[in-house]
Design a protein around this ligand. Structure first.
Ligand code: GDP
Ligand code: IMO
Ligand code: MG
Length: 430
Protein backbone atom coordinates (compact mmCIF):
# COMPACT_ATOMS: atom_id res chain seq x y z
CA UNK A 1 0.00 0.00 0.00
CA UNK A 2 1.39 3.38 -1.03
CA UNK A 3 0.42 6.97 -0.43
CA UNK A 4 1.72 9.53 -2.90
CA UNK A 5 2.50 13.22 -2.39
CA UNK A 6 2.35 15.37 -5.51
CA UNK A 7 4.27 18.64 -5.34
CA UNK A 8 5.47 21.31 -7.75
CA UNK A 9 9.24 21.29 -8.33
CA UNK A 10 9.48 24.82 -9.80
CA UNK A 11 7.58 28.09 -9.23
CA UNK A 12 4.08 26.57 -9.36
CA UNK A 13 1.71 25.95 -12.29
CA UNK A 14 3.65 22.87 -13.37
CA UNK A 15 0.42 20.97 -14.08
CA UNK A 16 -0.18 19.48 -10.61
CA UNK A 17 -3.98 19.56 -11.09
CA UNK A 18 -3.86 17.54 -14.30
CA UNK A 19 -1.56 14.90 -12.80
CA UNK A 20 -3.45 14.66 -9.49
CA UNK A 21 -6.72 14.21 -11.38
CA UNK A 22 -5.13 11.56 -13.63
CA UNK A 23 -3.61 9.66 -10.68
CA UNK A 24 -6.70 9.98 -8.51
CA UNK A 25 -8.37 7.15 -10.44
CA UNK A 26 -6.19 4.93 -8.26
CA UNK A 27 -6.60 6.82 -4.97
CA UNK A 28 -9.37 6.67 -2.37
CA UNK A 29 -8.63 10.04 -0.78
CA UNK A 30 -7.17 13.29 -2.16
CA UNK A 31 -5.96 15.82 0.42
CA UNK A 32 -4.80 19.42 0.14
CA UNK A 33 -2.35 20.22 2.95
CA UNK A 34 -1.07 23.80 2.49
CA UNK A 35 -1.70 27.02 0.60
CA UNK A 36 -5.10 28.47 -0.07
CA UNK A 37 -6.96 29.94 -3.02
CA UNK A 38 -3.69 31.37 -4.34
CA UNK A 39 -3.53 27.95 -6.02
CA UNK A 40 -5.16 27.42 -9.39
CA UNK A 41 -5.26 23.83 -10.58
CA UNK A 42 -6.69 23.14 -14.03
CA UNK A 43 -8.23 19.85 -15.09
CA UNK A 44 -9.46 19.11 -18.58
CA UNK A 45 -11.75 16.12 -18.82
CA UNK A 46 -13.29 15.29 -22.21
CA UNK A 47 -13.04 18.91 -23.25
CA UNK A 48 -14.60 20.28 -20.04
CA UNK A 49 -12.28 22.56 -18.02
CA UNK A 50 -12.39 22.75 -14.21
CA UNK A 51 -10.37 25.42 -12.43
CA UNK A 52 -9.91 24.46 -8.78
CA UNK A 53 -8.49 26.76 -6.13
CA UNK A 54 -9.24 25.21 -2.74
CA UNK A 55 -11.02 21.99 -3.62
CA UNK A 56 -8.73 18.98 -4.08
CA UNK A 57 -8.47 17.78 -7.68
CA UNK A 58 -10.06 14.44 -6.76
CA UNK A 59 -13.42 16.16 -6.24
CA UNK A 60 -14.54 15.60 -9.85
CA UNK A 61 -14.33 11.81 -9.55
CA UNK A 62 -17.14 9.79 -8.01
CA UNK A 63 -16.53 7.79 -4.82
CA UNK A 64 -13.42 9.68 -3.74
CA UNK A 65 -13.00 11.55 -0.47
CA UNK A 66 -11.62 15.08 -0.73
CA UNK A 67 -9.89 16.62 2.25
CA UNK A 68 -8.89 20.18 3.03
CA UNK A 69 -6.31 19.78 5.80
CA UNK A 70 -5.41 21.94 8.80
CA UNK A 71 -2.41 23.34 6.90
CA UNK A 72 -4.64 25.07 4.36
CA UNK A 73 -5.84 28.65 4.84
CA UNK A 74 -9.50 28.97 3.86
CA UNK A 75 -11.39 32.01 2.67
CA UNK A 76 -14.87 30.72 3.53
CA UNK A 77 -16.64 32.85 0.91
CA UNK A 78 -14.21 31.79 -1.82
CA UNK A 79 -14.72 28.15 -0.82
CA UNK A 80 -18.52 28.35 -0.93
CA UNK A 81 -18.37 30.09 -4.30
CA UNK A 82 -16.06 27.41 -5.66
CA UNK A 83 -18.29 24.61 -4.36
CA UNK A 84 -21.26 26.19 -6.21
CA UNK A 85 -19.23 26.70 -9.38
CA UNK A 86 -18.05 23.08 -9.46
CA UNK A 87 -21.52 21.79 -8.55
CA UNK A 88 -22.96 23.72 -11.50
CA UNK A 89 -20.83 21.48 -13.75
CA UNK A 90 -22.64 18.42 -12.40
CA UNK A 91 -20.17 17.41 -9.68
CA UNK A 92 -21.72 16.21 -6.42
CA UNK A 93 -20.24 17.82 -3.30
CA UNK A 94 -21.65 16.79 0.08
CA UNK A 95 -20.35 16.20 3.59
CA UNK A 96 -19.85 12.58 2.48
CA UNK A 97 -17.14 13.40 -0.06
CA UNK A 98 -15.69 16.66 1.29
CA UNK A 99 -14.05 16.99 4.69
CA UNK A 100 -12.58 20.23 6.02
CA UNK A 101 -10.30 20.29 9.03
CA UNK A 102 -11.85 21.93 12.04
CA UNK A 103 -8.48 23.47 12.80
CA UNK A 104 -7.82 25.04 9.40
CA UNK A 105 -7.25 28.80 9.69
CA UNK A 106 -9.55 31.28 8.01
CA UNK A 107 -8.67 34.05 5.58
CA UNK A 108 -10.91 36.99 6.45
CA UNK A 109 -11.52 40.25 4.54
CA UNK A 110 -8.97 42.18 6.62
CA UNK A 111 -6.25 39.70 5.52
CA UNK A 112 -6.98 40.41 1.89
CA UNK A 113 -6.98 44.14 2.61
CA UNK A 114 -3.63 43.88 4.42
CA UNK A 115 -2.15 41.94 1.48
CA UNK A 116 -3.32 44.69 -0.89
CA UNK A 117 -2.22 47.57 1.35
CA UNK A 118 1.29 46.11 1.64
CA UNK A 119 1.66 45.34 -2.04
CA UNK A 120 0.49 48.83 -2.98
CA UNK A 121 2.82 50.54 -0.52
CA UNK A 122 5.81 48.41 -1.59
CA UNK A 123 5.74 49.83 -5.14
CA UNK A 124 8.66 48.33 -7.09
CA UNK A 125 9.63 46.14 -4.13
CA UNK A 126 6.29 44.32 -4.22
CA UNK A 127 6.23 40.51 -4.16
CA UNK A 128 3.51 40.24 -6.76
CA UNK A 129 1.27 38.16 -4.51
CA UNK A 130 -2.12 36.89 -5.62
CA UNK A 131 -3.60 39.51 -3.24
CA UNK A 132 -5.80 36.82 -1.68
CA UNK A 133 -4.66 37.47 1.91
CA UNK A 134 -2.53 34.32 2.09
CA UNK A 135 0.54 35.90 3.76
CA UNK A 136 -1.36 37.88 6.43
CA UNK A 137 -3.51 34.81 7.27
CA UNK A 138 -0.46 32.59 7.83
CA UNK A 139 1.16 35.36 9.91
CA UNK A 140 -1.87 35.40 12.20
CA UNK A 141 -1.74 31.60 12.44
CA UNK A 142 1.82 31.54 13.78
CA UNK A 143 1.08 34.69 15.78
CA UNK A 144 -1.54 32.58 17.62
CA UNK A 145 -4.34 35.08 17.03
CA UNK A 146 -6.04 33.41 14.06
CA UNK A 147 -9.69 32.43 13.66
CA UNK A 148 -10.12 28.75 12.84
CA UNK A 149 -13.00 26.78 11.33
CA UNK A 150 -14.05 25.53 14.79
CA UNK A 151 -14.34 29.13 16.03
CA UNK A 152 -17.47 29.43 13.88
CA UNK A 153 -19.30 27.18 16.36
CA UNK A 154 -19.93 29.96 18.89
CA UNK A 155 -20.66 33.64 18.33
CA UNK A 156 -19.30 34.54 21.76
CA UNK A 157 -16.01 32.81 21.10
CA UNK A 158 -15.80 34.26 17.60
CA UNK A 159 -16.30 37.76 18.95
CA UNK A 160 -13.51 37.31 21.51
CA UNK A 161 -11.11 35.87 18.95
CA UNK A 162 -11.86 38.70 16.53
CA UNK A 163 -11.15 41.22 19.27
CA UNK A 164 -7.64 39.78 19.66
CA UNK A 165 -6.79 39.57 15.96
CA UNK A 166 -8.23 43.01 15.16
CA UNK A 167 -6.22 44.65 17.92
CA UNK A 168 -3.15 43.60 15.95
CA UNK A 169 -4.50 44.54 12.50
CA UNK A 170 -5.93 47.85 13.61
CA UNK A 171 -2.62 48.92 15.17
CA UNK A 172 -0.96 48.41 11.79
CA UNK A 173 -3.84 49.97 9.86
CA UNK A 174 -3.72 53.01 12.13
CA UNK A 175 0.03 53.32 11.61
CA UNK A 176 -0.46 53.25 7.87
CA UNK A 177 -3.26 55.82 8.00
CA UNK A 178 -5.95 53.30 6.97
CA UNK A 179 -9.51 53.07 8.28
CA UNK A 180 -9.89 50.81 11.34
CA UNK A 181 -11.66 47.47 10.82
CA UNK A 182 -14.92 47.08 12.69
CA UNK A 183 -15.89 43.58 13.85
CA UNK A 184 -19.68 43.65 14.23
CA UNK A 185 -20.64 43.39 10.56
CA UNK A 186 -18.07 40.62 10.07
CA UNK A 187 -19.48 38.62 13.00
CA UNK A 188 -22.97 38.72 11.47
CA UNK A 189 -21.64 37.73 8.04
CA UNK A 190 -19.57 34.88 9.47
CA UNK A 191 -22.43 33.54 11.59
CA UNK A 192 -24.61 33.57 8.45
CA UNK A 193 -22.27 31.31 6.52
CA UNK A 194 -21.03 29.27 9.51
CA UNK A 195 -23.50 26.35 9.06
CA UNK A 196 -22.59 26.02 5.38
CA UNK A 197 -18.92 25.52 6.32
CA UNK A 198 -19.38 23.56 9.53
CA UNK A 199 -21.27 20.73 7.81
CA UNK A 200 -17.96 19.64 6.24
CA UNK A 201 -15.87 20.15 9.37
CA UNK A 202 -14.24 17.16 11.09
CA UNK A 203 -11.01 16.25 12.88
CA UNK A 204 -9.00 15.44 9.76
CA UNK A 205 -6.12 13.79 11.67
CA UNK A 206 -8.64 11.21 12.96
CA UNK A 207 -10.10 10.52 9.52
CA UNK A 208 -6.61 10.15 7.97
CA UNK A 209 -5.78 7.71 10.75
CA UNK A 210 -8.90 5.67 9.98
CA UNK A 211 -8.19 5.70 6.24
CA UNK A 212 -4.66 4.47 6.89
CA UNK A 213 -5.90 1.68 9.14
CA UNK A 214 -8.37 0.62 6.44
CA UNK A 215 -5.57 0.57 3.83
CA UNK A 216 -7.08 3.40 1.78
CA UNK A 217 -4.74 5.05 -0.72
CA UNK A 218 -4.13 8.73 -0.08
CA UNK A 219 -2.94 11.25 -2.64
CA UNK A 220 -1.57 14.43 -1.07
CA UNK A 221 -2.00 17.38 -3.43
CA UNK A 222 0.55 20.17 -3.02
CA UNK A 223 0.00 23.74 -4.11
CA UNK A 224 2.57 26.22 -5.44
CA UNK A 225 6.10 24.84 -5.95
CA UNK A 226 9.32 24.30 -3.99
CA UNK A 227 10.87 27.52 -5.30
CA UNK A 228 7.96 29.33 -3.60
CA UNK A 229 8.51 27.53 -0.27
CA UNK A 230 8.94 30.00 2.58
CA UNK A 231 12.15 28.26 3.74
CA UNK A 232 13.62 26.86 0.53
CA UNK A 233 12.34 29.19 -2.17
CA UNK A 234 13.60 32.46 -3.61
CA UNK A 235 12.88 34.36 -0.38
CA UNK A 236 11.31 36.92 0.02
CA UNK A 237 9.64 36.28 -3.36
CA UNK A 238 7.82 33.23 -2.05
CA UNK A 239 4.47 32.24 -0.63
CA UNK A 240 3.91 31.95 3.13
CA UNK A 241 3.75 28.18 3.56
CA UNK A 242 6.06 25.19 3.24
CA UNK A 243 5.36 23.65 -0.12
CA UNK A 244 7.76 20.71 0.27
CA UNK A 245 6.46 17.15 0.59
CA UNK A 246 7.14 16.84 4.32
CA UNK A 247 4.55 19.56 4.82
CA UNK A 248 1.87 17.03 3.78
CA UNK A 249 2.23 15.21 7.11
CA UNK A 250 1.84 18.31 9.30
CA UNK A 251 -0.82 19.72 6.99
CA UNK A 252 -3.27 16.87 7.61
CA UNK A 253 -2.02 15.45 10.92
CA UNK A 254 -0.17 12.20 10.26
CA UNK A 255 3.38 10.87 10.44
CA UNK A 256 6.00 11.25 7.70
CA UNK A 257 5.98 7.46 7.20
CA UNK A 258 2.52 7.87 5.64
CA UNK A 259 4.12 9.49 2.60
CA UNK A 260 5.56 6.64 0.59
CA UNK A 261 6.35 8.25 -2.74
CA UNK A 262 7.00 11.88 -3.62
CA UNK A 263 6.12 12.83 -7.18
CA UNK A 264 7.55 16.15 -8.35
CA UNK A 265 5.61 17.81 -11.14
CA UNK A 266 8.06 19.44 -13.52
CA UNK A 267 7.37 21.57 -16.58
CA UNK A 268 9.59 20.88 -19.61
CA UNK A 269 10.49 24.60 -19.52
CA UNK A 270 10.13 27.18 -16.69
CA UNK A 271 7.48 29.73 -15.75
CA UNK A 272 7.03 32.13 -12.88
CA UNK A 273 4.19 34.49 -12.01
CA UNK A 274 4.88 37.47 -9.78
CA UNK A 275 8.19 39.17 -9.03
CA UNK A 276 11.58 37.68 -8.09
CA UNK A 277 14.72 36.19 -9.63
CA UNK A 278 14.42 33.89 -12.64
CA UNK A 279 17.83 32.99 -14.13
CA UNK A 280 16.60 31.40 -17.39
CA UNK A 281 13.85 33.93 -18.14
CA UNK A 282 13.36 34.74 -21.82
CA UNK A 283 12.10 38.22 -22.61
CA UNK A 284 12.41 37.65 -26.37
CA UNK A 285 10.23 36.07 -29.07
CA UNK A 286 10.91 32.53 -27.82
CA UNK A 287 9.64 33.47 -24.34
CA UNK A 288 6.55 34.90 -25.98
CA UNK A 289 6.06 31.76 -28.08
CA UNK A 290 6.29 29.55 -24.98
CA UNK A 291 3.69 31.77 -23.28
CA UNK A 292 1.29 31.58 -26.20
CA UNK A 293 1.70 27.86 -26.95
CA UNK A 294 1.64 26.98 -23.25
CA UNK A 295 -1.32 29.34 -22.56
CA UNK A 296 0.73 30.76 -19.72
CA UNK A 297 -1.81 33.00 -18.07
CA UNK A 298 -2.47 32.63 -14.35
CA UNK A 299 -5.52 30.55 -13.38
CA UNK A 300 -6.12 32.74 -10.33
CA UNK A 301 -5.18 36.28 -11.32
CA UNK A 302 -5.04 36.01 -15.16
CA UNK A 303 -1.56 37.55 -15.00
CA UNK A 304 0.87 36.71 -17.79
CA UNK A 305 3.38 34.13 -16.58
CA UNK A 306 7.06 34.84 -17.23
CA UNK A 307 8.59 32.06 -19.37
CA UNK A 308 12.10 30.68 -19.83
CA UNK A 309 14.23 27.61 -20.56
CA UNK A 310 14.26 24.54 -18.34
CA UNK A 311 16.57 25.15 -15.40
CA UNK A 312 18.19 21.82 -14.54
CA UNK A 313 20.22 23.34 -11.70
CA UNK A 314 17.11 24.55 -9.91
CA UNK A 315 15.11 21.37 -10.38
CA UNK A 316 18.06 19.21 -9.30
CA UNK A 317 18.19 21.36 -6.15
CA UNK A 318 14.45 21.14 -5.39
CA UNK A 319 14.51 17.37 -5.94
CA UNK A 320 17.12 17.05 -3.21
CA UNK A 321 15.35 19.48 -0.85
CA UNK A 322 12.04 17.69 -1.04
CA UNK A 323 13.15 14.07 -1.43
CA UNK A 324 11.45 13.62 -4.78
CA UNK A 325 11.34 9.97 -5.90
CA UNK A 326 10.22 10.56 -9.44
CA UNK A 327 8.97 13.34 -11.64
CA UNK A 328 6.03 13.83 -13.97
CA UNK A 329 7.32 15.91 -16.87
CA UNK A 330 4.57 18.13 -18.24
CA UNK A 331 3.90 20.35 -21.27
CA UNK A 332 6.47 18.66 -23.50
CA UNK A 333 4.19 19.46 -26.46
CA UNK A 334 4.70 23.20 -25.91
CA UNK A 335 8.29 22.79 -27.19
CA UNK A 336 7.17 21.11 -30.46
CA UNK A 337 7.74 24.15 -32.69
CA UNK A 338 11.19 25.19 -31.48
CA UNK A 339 14.21 24.60 -33.75
CA UNK A 340 16.58 24.76 -30.81
CA UNK A 341 15.93 24.04 -27.13
CA UNK A 342 18.21 25.07 -24.28
CA UNK A 343 18.65 23.59 -20.82
CA UNK A 344 20.46 25.32 -17.99
CA UNK A 345 23.19 23.02 -16.64
CA UNK A 346 25.20 25.43 -14.48
CA UNK A 347 25.53 29.02 -13.31
CA UNK A 348 28.19 31.65 -13.40
CA UNK A 349 28.53 34.49 -10.89
CA UNK A 350 31.23 37.09 -11.56
CA UNK A 351 33.11 34.63 -13.76
CA UNK A 352 32.95 31.81 -11.16
CA UNK A 353 31.04 28.60 -11.91
CA UNK A 354 28.57 27.25 -9.34
CA UNK A 355 26.24 24.27 -9.37
CA UNK A 356 23.37 25.53 -7.20
CA UNK A 357 21.29 28.66 -6.63
CA UNK A 358 22.66 30.55 -3.62
CA UNK A 359 20.22 31.73 -0.95
CA UNK A 360 21.22 35.39 -1.14
CA UNK A 361 18.92 37.49 -3.29
CA UNK A 362 21.82 39.69 -4.40
CA UNK A 363 23.65 36.67 -5.79
CA UNK A 364 20.48 35.15 -7.26
CA UNK A 365 20.01 38.27 -9.36
CA UNK A 366 23.61 38.10 -10.64
CA UNK A 367 23.46 34.45 -11.66
CA UNK A 368 24.05 33.77 -15.38
CA UNK A 369 22.89 30.43 -16.79
CA UNK A 370 25.20 28.10 -18.69
CA UNK A 371 23.22 26.30 -21.39
CA UNK A 372 23.37 23.02 -23.20
CA UNK A 373 21.72 23.25 -26.61
CA UNK A 374 19.46 20.58 -28.07
CA UNK A 375 18.00 20.14 -31.55
CA UNK A 376 14.23 20.57 -31.59
CA UNK A 377 11.99 17.83 -32.97
CA UNK A 378 9.71 20.08 -35.01
CA UNK A 379 6.76 17.70 -35.01
CA UNK A 380 3.68 17.33 -32.88
CA UNK A 381 3.86 15.32 -29.67
CA UNK A 382 0.39 16.44 -28.60
CA UNK A 383 -1.66 13.60 -27.19
CA UNK A 384 1.06 10.94 -27.49
CA UNK A 385 0.53 8.16 -24.94
CA UNK A 386 3.51 5.85 -25.62
CA UNK A 387 7.16 6.62 -25.07
CA UNK A 388 8.15 4.87 -28.32
CA UNK A 389 6.02 7.28 -30.35
CA UNK A 390 7.98 10.34 -29.23
CA UNK A 391 10.40 11.77 -31.82
CA UNK A 392 14.04 10.81 -31.25
CA UNK A 393 15.09 14.42 -30.51
CA UNK A 394 12.40 14.69 -27.83
CA UNK A 395 13.65 11.46 -26.29
CA UNK A 396 17.21 12.81 -26.33
CA UNK A 397 16.07 15.95 -24.49
CA UNK A 398 14.15 13.93 -21.91
CA UNK A 399 17.01 11.48 -21.34
CA UNK A 400 19.50 14.30 -20.75
CA UNK A 401 17.07 16.10 -18.45
CA UNK A 402 16.56 12.91 -16.45
CA UNK A 403 20.32 12.29 -16.14
CA UNK A 404 21.03 15.86 -15.14
CA UNK A 405 18.39 16.22 -12.44
CA UNK A 406 19.17 12.76 -11.08
CA UNK A 407 15.56 11.61 -10.68
CA UNK A 408 13.47 9.15 -12.58
CA UNK A 409 10.86 10.48 -15.01
CA UNK A 410 7.80 8.45 -14.09
CA UNK A 411 5.35 10.03 -16.53
CA UNK A 412 5.20 12.53 -19.38
CA UNK A 413 2.22 14.74 -20.10
CA UNK A 414 1.56 15.71 -23.72
CA UNK A 415 -1.63 17.80 -23.53
CA UNK A 416 -3.98 19.32 -20.92
CA UNK A 417 -6.40 16.36 -21.29
CA UNK A 418 -6.54 13.85 -18.44
CA UNK A 419 -5.48 10.79 -20.42
CA UNK A 420 -2.89 12.34 -22.73
CA UNK A 421 -0.11 11.06 -20.50
CA UNK A 422 2.70 8.54 -20.96
CA UNK A 423 3.00 6.27 -17.92
CA UNK A 424 6.49 4.97 -17.21
CA UNK A 425 6.28 4.04 -13.52
CA UNK A 426 3.09 4.01 -11.44
CA UNK A 427 3.90 5.96 -8.21
CA UNK A 428 1.29 3.93 -6.30
CA UNK A 429 3.05 0.69 -7.22
CA UNK A 430 6.70 1.80 -7.35
P1 GDP B 1 -1.00 23.68 -11.44
O1 GDP B 1 -1.18 24.94 -10.66
O2 GDP B 1 0.32 23.06 -11.19
O3 GDP B 1 -2.13 22.70 -11.27
O4 GDP B 1 -0.99 24.11 -12.98
P2 GDP B 1 -2.05 25.10 -13.68
O5 GDP B 1 -3.31 24.37 -13.89
O6 GDP B 1 -2.09 26.42 -13.00
O7 GDP B 1 -1.29 25.36 -15.06
C1 GDP B 1 -0.96 24.32 -15.93
C2 GDP B 1 -1.64 24.60 -17.28
O8 GDP B 1 -1.10 23.76 -18.26
C3 GDP B 1 -3.13 24.31 -17.26
O9 GDP B 1 -3.77 25.18 -18.15
C4 GDP B 1 -3.20 22.87 -17.78
O10 GDP B 1 -4.44 22.58 -18.41
C5 GDP B 1 -2.09 22.87 -18.78
N1 GDP B 1 -1.40 21.59 -18.97
C6 GDP B 1 -1.13 20.63 -18.05
N2 GDP B 1 -0.40 19.64 -18.63
C7 GDP B 1 -0.20 20.01 -19.91
C8 GDP B 1 0.50 19.43 -21.01
O11 GDP B 1 1.14 18.38 -20.91
N3 GDP B 1 0.49 20.12 -22.20
C9 GDP B 1 -0.16 21.31 -22.34
N4 GDP B 1 -0.12 21.90 -23.53
N5 GDP B 1 -0.83 21.86 -21.34
C10 GDP B 1 -0.84 21.24 -20.13
P1 IMO C 1 -0.37 26.78 -7.98
O1 IMO C 1 -0.83 25.86 -6.89
C1 IMO C 1 2.20 30.06 -9.22
C2 IMO C 1 3.06 33.14 -6.25
C3 IMO C 1 2.51 34.53 -6.47
C4 IMO C 1 3.60 35.36 -5.82
C5 IMO C 1 4.00 34.51 -4.62
C6 IMO C 1 3.33 34.93 -3.31
O2 IMO C 1 -1.42 27.10 -8.97
O3 IMO C 1 0.89 26.29 -8.59
P2 IMO C 1 0.87 34.63 -2.36
O4 IMO C 1 -0.45 35.12 -2.88
O5 IMO C 1 0.96 33.16 -2.21
O6 IMO C 1 1.32 35.36 -1.12
O7 IMO C 1 1.94 35.06 -3.50
O8 IMO C 1 3.63 33.19 -4.94
N1 IMO C 1 2.06 32.05 -6.25
C7 IMO C 1 1.93 31.17 -7.25
N2 IMO C 1 2.55 31.10 -8.46
N3 IMO C 1 1.31 29.10 -8.88
C8 IMO C 1 0.71 29.16 -7.66
O9 IMO C 1 -0.09 28.17 -7.22
C9 IMO C 1 0.98 30.24 -6.81
N4 IMO C 1 0.54 30.61 -5.59
C10 IMO C 1 1.23 31.71 -5.25
O10 IMO C 1 2.34 34.82 -7.83
O11 IMO C 1 4.72 35.43 -6.69
MG1 MG D 1 -1.71 26.92 -10.98
Amino acid sequence: MKNVAVIGSQWGDEGKGKIVDWLSSEADVVARFQGGHNAGHTLVIDGVTYKLRLLPSGIVRKNKISIIGNGVVIDPWALLEEIEEVRSKGVEITSKNLIISESANLILPFHKEMDEIREDIAGKAKIGTTRRGIGPAYEDKVGRRSIRVMDLLSQKNLSQRLETVLMHHNAIRKGLGKELYEKNKLITELMNIAPKILIYSQPVWKKINEFTKNKKKILFEGAQGILLDVDHGTYPFVTSSNTVASSAATGVGCGPQNINYVLGITKAYTTRVGEGPFPTELTDKIGEELGIRGKEFGTVTSRKRRCGWFDGVLVRQTIKISGIDGIALTKLDVLDTLEEIKMCVGYEIDGKKIDYLPASLEEQIKVKPIYKVFKGWLQSTKGIKNLEELPQNARNYIKELENFIDAKISSISTSPERNDTILIEDPFKA
